[in-house]
Each structure stands twice: as C-alpha cells, then as structure tokens.
Design a protein around this ligand. Structure first.
Ligand code: ATP
Ligand code: MN
Length: 473
C-alpha cells in the first residue's frame, strides 16, 4: 500500500512513516542533498522528497530525471519551504521506470507543442488541472440531476435517426467500402447493410430522451455525440460530450430556469471542489494576459462568481437582431458576417458581441425564426418563430441550445415535411398517444469546461480530441 500525495499534504502528520509512488517533475542536486518533486496525479501540488545522494548508487542517481517513475518511502517532516506544510525524507527509493530523452521539460511548453505529445500531456500541471476539473463537473452533473429525481438514460450511439434533419453524419456501416451493393440507380443499397438500413453515429440523444420523458417524467442523457461538420474552429469537436435533460410538462420558461440553475450549481460546486486547480489555471491565464493582453479581462474566479451572482439577461432573437443592426461593429464592417436583417442565423462573432460587449454577462436568446431551427421546436402563435432558447457565454458563445418541443401532431408533421424527414413514425407515436407539453436542452460539456478553465481551444479540454484531419491516439 502507498499513500496518495493529496492526503499526505492535507492530513499528513510530521513523523509519520509513509510511502508514495509517482513521477518525477524536477530534480535539484548538490553534494549533500537531492531534492525531487513528485506528482502522482491526485492533486495539483507536488510532494518534495529529500534524499542523501551518497546513499544512492551513482547509476540510479543519473536515472532520476523528469518523467521517470519512482516509489519512495520514508518519514514526513515539516517543510522548511513556504510552498507546502510537509516534505518526505526518503530512506528508500526504487526506480519504477526510467525516462531517457523524455520530451517534456520542467518549463512551460506551448499548448500547440503539447498537442503533439497528447498521450504525455496528462503529466503536466495544466492538463492535470483541466482533467480533474472535467471530472469534477461530470460528477456534479450527475449529482444535480439525481438530486432532482431525474433518471439517467443511456441513449443509443448507433442510430437510424438524424435529430437535426441535416447532414453532418458519420455513417456506420459494415458494407465492403470497395464493393458496396448498389441499387439500379447506382446509389448504395443500405438494405444489405448490417441493420438493413443506413445508420450513423448519434448527433443528439434528444428524440429518444423525449420518448423516455413521456413515461419516466424527467430524464437526462450524458454521453458522446458525433458531428462530421467540417468546421475547424476552436469551439467544435467531431466527438464531444453532451448533457441533454428532457422534462415532461415543462414549458420554455421552466427549461430556461433548469438550465440557468444547472450552470450556476456547477459553478458553485467547482469553487468548492477544485480551488487549487482553478487557482493554478487562473495564474496561468494572468501570466498570458500580461504577455499578449488579449484574454478576457476577468480572472477565472471572478468569472465563476459572476455566473453565480448575476441573473442571466434574457432577450428575444428579434431584439438581438435590432441590437446587432445598430452595433458599431456592424455599421463599420468589422463583422465578417454583416447583420443584414431579421432571419439570419447568428454567427459566433454576433453571439460574442452580445455577451461580451453589449450585455457583459451570460444571456438567453429566445424565439428564433423557425426556418433556422430544428423541426421539433414548438411553433409560436406568430407563425414565424419557435419556442427555442440558446444560452450564450463570454469567451465561448453558445453553450446550451434548447426548446419547448412541438407536441401538436399536425404542426409536427408539417415541420417534418418542410425538413424532408421521413421514417420517424415511432416519434410521431409519442404525439399520437397521450401527448403533452415538454421541453429540454443540450449542454456541451466541453464548452462548459472551456469556459471554467479559461483554456482557449476545445482541443485542450478533452483527452484525445477528434477534429477534421486529426485522430491522434
Ligand atoms: P453551434 O452553432 O455552436 O455549432 P449547434 O447549435 O449546432 O452549435 P446544438 O445542436 O444546439 O449545437 O447542440 C447543443 C450544444 O452542444 C451546443 O450549445 C454546444 O454547447 C454543444 N455543441 C454542439 N456542437 C458541438 C461541437 N461540434 N463540438 C462541441 N460542442 C458542440
Ligand atoms: Mn444550438
């Protein structure tokens, strides 16, 4: 048995005999002492190990380099340094794995460089913090929904339904790619495929979640989601993680309240569970700001407090367009996509203008034109808009997209026709038998992690990112 460094630093008593295992981050050596800092992944901090060089064979001493793994046992003593309360005076050290030519040096590396060593970046302070935070948020999400009586629903990853009614699908097939069976018109005959029909990786668990909510009442999904959109941005992954609650009898206002409550609760939890990680990332961000001064002006903790304390601003799409039309950035041509009038889709630059320049806090935009939104959203009485809502965050843009669902079968059928959606008879059954108002939303986990960590690229908040042209590891 060995001890976790996190526990030793928190609860270790001076004089205790302990044993640790971990990776060397730094080594300093002089005639009398060797100082090693060891990290075992349990926390942000390293444990300092002090040894006497003369007691270690020379060959072993040379192998104690950054990246090598060791087991050390000895006695905890009060630390003379100010950084931590205790350090370990080692009397026995075993080299577990040497690390000649280890590519990561104990100095700041650029995130781009670390992306070329994706499988080793877990061993850096930055990525240790990011992934412990990602874990804490995931755990808090389950806790949030469990506490409120939601049922965690495992929706399929392979599906024959395309929830968004758009392209962007990853095909799943067991057909021979070189010689697929063909229809007389030359198209591929998917009836000969594994499922006797064309299938793809899920783009959303929503339709399945709707069916479940209309029996279980309140459900949520939390799983990987796949979109083959060829958008090489800092906010899009081809494989990302989405949280999708769906609640029977909720209207749009209820779902907005649920979403705001979730984001606030996650922020509050994080301040309690990951103070050291946040502190580390905050310092990192401040350091960068002094260099380039292009990062958001608030520090990380202020940003979380801000999300917690301010009610989100709420505007309609129509109001958003009016604000954007009047914006200086629109009039002087700074926007890459000029805002020409009602009906356009909001681009990320527009969303960020509204959040960062105009309202200076998270905002909820509601009631979008039906033509730019998905077929399942409930049509408003004006005949032009739907009961949709997007939540926009500073630095990230859209973090949540949701809506009240169309529960009236005639409207739903019309919308499906407009979107050329067939083969969803099972979905229409949910409206044929005991239909009810219901609502839900999708939260992009990776985008929320991006926001709270202050990282700038979504590739740096997921262990092994999948993006166009990249599937390392
Ligand atoms: P965007 O307009 O930013 O591409 P979207 O409107 O297509 O997003 P939705 O279908 O509303 O996204 O999905 C719900 C949430 O899932 C989004 O608000 C976002 O947080 C997240 N999300 C969507 N697409 C991606 C992606 N490719 N990578 C990471 N997160 C995503
Ligand atoms: Mn959306």
């Amino acid at each position: 048995m060995h001890n976790k460094i996190k526990e030793l630093l928190q609860f270790g008593t001076v004089g205790a005999k302990v044993a640790i295992k971990g990776w060397i981050r730094t080594k300093r050596i002089n005639k009398q002492v060797v100082f090693l800092t060891i990290n075992d992944g349990s926390c942000q901090q390293h444990l300092q190990v002090v040894m006497t060089p003369s007691e270690l064979p020379k060959e072993l001493l040379n192998q104690l380099v950054t990246g090598a793994s060791v087991a050390v046992s000895g006695c905890l003593v009060a630390s003379k340094g100010t950084k931590q309360s205790v350090e370990l005076h080692g009397d026995h050290l075993t080299l577990l794995g040497s690390a000649p030519d280890y590519p990561l040096q104990p100095k700041p590396h650029s995130l781009e460089f670390l992306r070329t060593w994706m499988h080793l970046r877990f061993r850096t302070n930055t990525f240790g913090a990011v992934f412990r935070i990602r874990h804490a948020i995931s755990y808090a999400i389950h806790h949030f929904f469990h506490e409120r009586g939601f049922c965690y629903l495992h929706t399929p990853i392979i599906t024959a339904a395309d929830a968004e009614g758009a392209g962007e699908l990853f095909r799943v097939t067991s057909l021979d790619a070189a010689h697929p069976p063909k229809n007389p018109d030359g198209s591929i005959d998917f009836r000969a495929d594994f499922f006797n029909t064309a299938t793809n990786l899920t783009v959303s668990g929503q339709l399945a979640a709707e069916a479940a909510a209309m029996g279980l009442g309140a459900v949520y999904t939390f799983g990987p989601t796949f979109r083959a959109e060829n958008s090489n941005t800092s906010r899009h992954l081809a494989e990302f993680w989405m949280v999708e609650p769906e609640v029977a009898f909720n209207n749009l206002d209820d779902t907005i309240a649920l979403a705001e409550g979730l984001l606030k609760s996650l922020s509050a939890d994080l301040l309690k569970t990951c103070p050291e990680e946040l502190d580390f990332l905050n310092q990192r961000l401040q350091g960068h700001k002094n260099e380039a001064d292009k990062t958001p002006s608030m520090d990380l903790l202020e940003r979380l407090q801000f999300v917690l304390e301010q009610p989100f601003a709420r505007i309609t799409y129509t109001e958003a367009i009016a604000i954007l039309m009047e914006a200086a950035s629109n009039k002087n041509g700074t926007f890459a996509y000029p805002v020409t009038g009602w009906g356009i889709d909001l681009q990320s630059e527009h969303e960020r203008y509204l959040v960062e320049q105009h309202f200076k806090r998270p905002i909820v935009v509601t009631d979008y034109p039906k033509d730019i939104k998905a077929f399942y959203m409930r049509q408003n009485d004006d005949g032009k808009t739907v009961a949709a809502m997007d939540i926009l965050f500073p630095g990230v843009g859209e973090i949540i997209g949701g809506s009240q669902r169309e529960e009236r079968i005639d409207y739903l059928k019309q919308a499906m026709q407009r979107a050329h959606i067939e083969d969803l008879n099972w979905y229409l059954d949910t409206r044929r038998f005991g239909t009810i108002p219901h609502s839900g939303f999708g939260l992009g986990l990776d985008r929320f992690v991006l926001f709270v960590t202050g990282m700038e690229n979504i590739r740096d908040v997921i262990p092994f990112p999948r993006t166009p042209g990249h599937v390392a590891c």
